[in-house]
Design a protein around this ligand. Structure first.
Ligand code: F6P
Length: 408
């Protein structure tokens, strides 16, 4: 069978197309497939030299804009055709491709090759909103204020929505919920090379580099008090600066934290050392809520509420603090937080999460199976971090120090 394939992404802006395209490239490359992304936007930016982020260019009622974008699409498709005529095996056309007319053009340019359309959609309003915020902070919009950038981007989306036609006639397509990582619909008419591989990776979580960090020491930590919204101590601030120094060598475009001061204060110096880094606080990563025990020390709990201490000793994973949470109750929100992380982060980029002791245990157990009774005892120190890497060929979890020991 001929091993050449055209993949054309489909979807409105900010639905996770580019992330999915990069994920396909990263995974097929591991299998030594010669694969490359061809992005319409890159051609547009190159040809126009000036600024093309204004929404009017995308209006279907702007004939000059339509003509220019058609030209960019054609140039991009022709580069992909050249690539496939030579040693290229898989070309991924990364563009909205939301109209039948554009999809017909793709088929015309590749009359002899199979085309697989992959549409990304997302129905989770909250995740979409967060993604729009992130897009509005990109370099492309740096000449605008945040609000103007968001308005401009929303207008662009609106233009695409007006002309959007769902996949239907196409011979081969997969419709994905890119937030949930589910395949919603699938139509396969031809025998496509790499199909099983691609289908499988869509639903597989791949983690290039995830740095899972616990916040630095707080005043509550010093006193062994749980919960609350305490600030970092002097030692905690030194730890945060140590993390910042250590991770300055890595590129970290987004740091995800909880809503609590201690994670935000730990993330701030790390972000400041990066060239371009935003901090996104997700309530899903908040620490286990200890209900009526918030602010108490473990000794005080044992003394004043022995039934709580006994309940936790008996079954720490399922024990629910009065008016609070259990580890089990955190499962769903932590999982949802991770879905947001993977949706918002570019596939190629390093990920950093600055979280809490119990929350980080749950994050870790979302990646690696641990018996429930062991999860609440996973070691989660403040002077080390977990480095997680997962792809179809490996699964690595390393606990690493971030402060280099002075040489003896
Ligand atoms: O002590 C810090 C802390 O993050 C508390 O806020 C939280 O209740 C506790 O750790 C979670 O750990 P454990 O479940 O082992 O008590």
């Amino acid at each position: 069978m001929d091993k050449k394939l055209v993949i054309a992404m489909v979807g409105l802006p900010a639905r996770g197309k580019s992330t999915m395209a990069r994920k396909i490239v990263g995974t097929l490359k591991l299998d030594e497939v010669n694969v490359r992304i061809f992005n319409n936007g890159d051609v547009r930016r190159r040809l126009s030299r000036g600024n093309t982020s204004g929404p009017e260019l995308f209006s279907p009622e702007n004939p000059a804009g339509v003509k220019f974008r058609d030209k960019c699409a054609r140039i991009n498709l022709e580069s992909a055709r050249d690539f496939l005529r030579n040693a290229g095996e898989v070309a991924i056309i990364d563009a909205a491709n939301v109209t039948c007319r554009r999809r017909k053009l793709i088929k015309e340019i590749f009359p002899d090759l199979p085309v697989l359309f992959i549409e990304c959609m997302n129905t989770d309003e909250e995740a979409l909103e967060a993604n729009l915020q992130r897009k509005a902070s990109l370099k492309e919009f740096s000449h605008l204020s945040r609000r103007q950038a968001l308005e401009s981007f929303l207008r662009r989306i609106d233009f695409y929505e007006r002309v959007y036609e769902p996949l239907n006639e196409e011979r081969n397509f997969i419709l994905i919920d890119s937030f949930e990582g589910f395949i919603l619909q699938e139509k396969l008419t031809d025998l496509l090379p790499y199909y099983d591989r691609i289908r499988d990776l869509i639903t597989t979580r791949i983690v290039r580099n995830l740095f899972l960090v616990r916040h630095g020491e707080t005043y509550f930590n010093q006193e062994n008090r749980i919960g609350g919204d305490s600030e970092l101590t002097g030692k905690g601030l030194v730890q945060a600066r140590g993390l910042a120094e250590y991770f300055a060598a890595e590129r970290i475009p987004i740091i995800f934290t909880s809503n609590y001061k201690r994670t935000l204060q730990t993330a701030a110096p790390i972000a400041a050392k990066q060239e371009h880094c935003s901090i996104i606080a997700l309530p899903e990563f908040n620490e286990i809520h200890a209900g009526v025990c918030e602010g108490m020390t473990y000794a005080e709990i044992s003394e004043r509420m022995p039934e709580v201490a006994a309940g936790r000793k008996n079954n720490k994973y399922d024990y629910v603090y009065p008016d609070g949470e259990s580890y089990a109750a955190m499962e769903e929100r932590i999982h949802r937080g991770l879905q947001k992380v993977f949706y918002l982060n570019n596939y190629d980029d390093n990920i950093m999460i600055v979280g809490h002791r119990a929350g980080n245990r749950m994050i870790l157990s979302d990646f690696v199976f641990r018996p429930r009774e062991e999860v609440p005892y996973i070691y989660m120190p403040q002077n080390r971090y977990y480095h997680i890497q997962i792809d179809p060929h490996k699964k690595i979890f390393e606990l690493k120090p971030y402060v280099k020991r002075p040489s003896l």
